[in-house]
Design a protein around this ligand. Structure first.
Ligand SMILES: [Zn+2]
Length: 461
């Protein structure tokens, strides 16, 4: 009883700090433990669901179930470890400690925090990112070279993996430093009503990032080549021109050197649209044709990869679905929704930024660093809003998926789309049975059984 009294006193002294920890703990308990537990229980189904009977063998179904179960166990373990470590460090005062350490590093670099506050923030961000990178690395190594490799997905060599991770860290640090400098400058310059200018900066940065990502950042990690002329290209161009889709480039990304997961997407603003197909999406026959024409760029596909992939009608149907997203303006609608959310949380950030108690209770009695305010307010105090927002966005994207499927059905591609989805699901070892609540919170794409049912009922209308 006595220890409970001491605990209550501690909480009373710093209600914002402990309240924030209470919120993040509740989210972790509900999401990582409760929901993931429900989803793991959904892996107990032993027989192939009726809509997939005859299309997915019992052996493939068992193998997908095992992969799903292991992936969920891995994410449960990782999210629990991340939560315990980050919470422990926060209580132990790691945030003020790292902030002061960054100040000393900044000083040693000849950039004293008093005259170079932005450099101090960039050093802090760099040190904490390096810490996260190193503590995350064993998990990523296990995931890539054990979990993914055991299920036949990993195609990376250790050298490729290491190079890729270092490149990713470098690009992230460079981009975040740029954005952070811009945000800190804007907050300092705009004064009391900074939220509007912060929002404008975030919106402009999102647009610039989308513009430069595909042309300058993505090629640093993967090889993109033009899809060679042939039956596949002709079929895709015919689909695009029948819909007046302004297709300017048709790329193949050589994902088979990374893993054997497959996908397809389009990007680009206004009348400059590009389509990207993963080489792993193509079946053996198509991949052979393409490989001979893009010599050297494509890695030798192994036997397992050769067994996967879609035929031309299936790929066209998958792209008809993608073009449904374009017809319905889903990319712009999602972008607009994101900007509305940014506007709201930046306004809340501005209001909370003036509360001294937040800084004091998180261990910053004598200073009010803006980056620390961002970390505390966005990462802890507003964390329930982030969770709610991600559920809203998931609901929106799921609706968009059904709309895009319905669009493909209208084009007469319903049956080929069903075939393509079943093939993709089998190639990606997607386990088709899910817990409805976990799925509603986590799956931006509806589960395959729901999609097949919706496509088939649309076809009958
Ligand atoms: Zn889609």
């Amino acid at each position: 009883m006595e220890s409970l009294g001491v605990w209550m006193e501690t909480v009373k002294e710093a209600p914002l700090f402990w309240g924030s920890l209470g919120l993040t703990t509740s989210i972790w308990l509900l999401d990582s433990l409760y929901l993931t537990g429900r989803e793991r229980a959904a892996c107990r189904r032993m027989s192939v669901p009726a809509p997939l009977a005859g299309r997915v063998s019992q052996e493939d179904f068992d193998s997908a179930r095992e992969y799903r179960y292991e992936s969920l166990s891995f994410s449960l373990l990782k999210s629990s470890s991340d939560f315990i470590v980050s919470t422990g460090l926060l209580i132990a005062g790691f945030m003020p400690f790292s902030w002061h350490l960054s100040g000393q590093v900044s000083e040693a670099l000849g950039l004293p925090p008093a005259t170079h506050p932005i450099c101090h923030s960039i050093v802090f961000m760099t040190l904490t990112s390096l810490f996260d990178f190193v503590s995350d690395l064993p998990w990523r190594i296990y995931e890539t070279f054990s979990l993914e490799a055991r299920h036949g997905f990993n195609k990376q060599t250790p050298a490729f993996f290491l190079k890729d991770q270092i490149k990713m860290l470098g690009v992230n640090l460079a981009l975040v430093s740029l954005l952070l400098s811009a945000f800190l400058k804007v907050i300092e310059w705009a004064g009391d009503n900074f939220f509007f200018y912060l929002w404008l900066t975030a919106t402009a940065s999102s647009v610039v990032l989308v513009l430069v990502y595909h042309d300058f950042i993505a090629p640093l990690f993967d090889t993109y080549t033009e899809l060679p002329h042939g039956d596949l290209r002709t079929a895709i161009e015919a689909l695009a021109s029948s819909l007046k889709f302004p297709l300017t480039k048709l790329y193949l990304v050589h994902n088979s050197v990374r893993n054997s997961h497959s996908n397809a997407y389009f990007y680009g603003w206004g009348s400059n649209k590009r389509i990207v197909l993963f080489d792993t999406l193509l079946d053996a026959k198509l991949r052979e044709q393409v490989t001979s024409e893009t010599e050297g760029a494509v890695a030798e596909a192994d036997d397992q990869a050769k067994a996967g992939g879609c035929s031309i009608p299936q790929i066209v149907a998958v792209l008809a679905h993608e073009l449904g997203h374009w017809q319905h303006g889903h990319v712009y609608k999602t972008f607009l929704l994101q900007q509305l959310y940014f506007c709201g949380i930046f306004y809340l950030f501005q209001r909370l930024y003036g509360v001294d108690a937040i800084f004091e209770q998180f261990g910053f009695a004598n200073e009010r660093p803006t980056l620390i305010a961002m970390t505390i307010i966005f990462g802890y105090i507003l964390s329930p809003l982030n969770t709610i927002w991600s559920i809203v966005l998931t609901a929106f994207t799921r609706r968009a998926e059904f709309e895009a499927d319905a669009f493909a059905v209208k084009l007469g591609q319903g049956e080929a789309l069903c075939e393509g989805l079943i093939k993709l699901s089998a190639d990606n070892k997607s386990y088709p049975v899910h817990d409805w609540l976990y799925s509603a919170v986590h799956h931006s794409h509806p589960p395959i059984l729901q999609r097949l049912a919706a496509i088939r009922s649309k076809k009958q209308q």
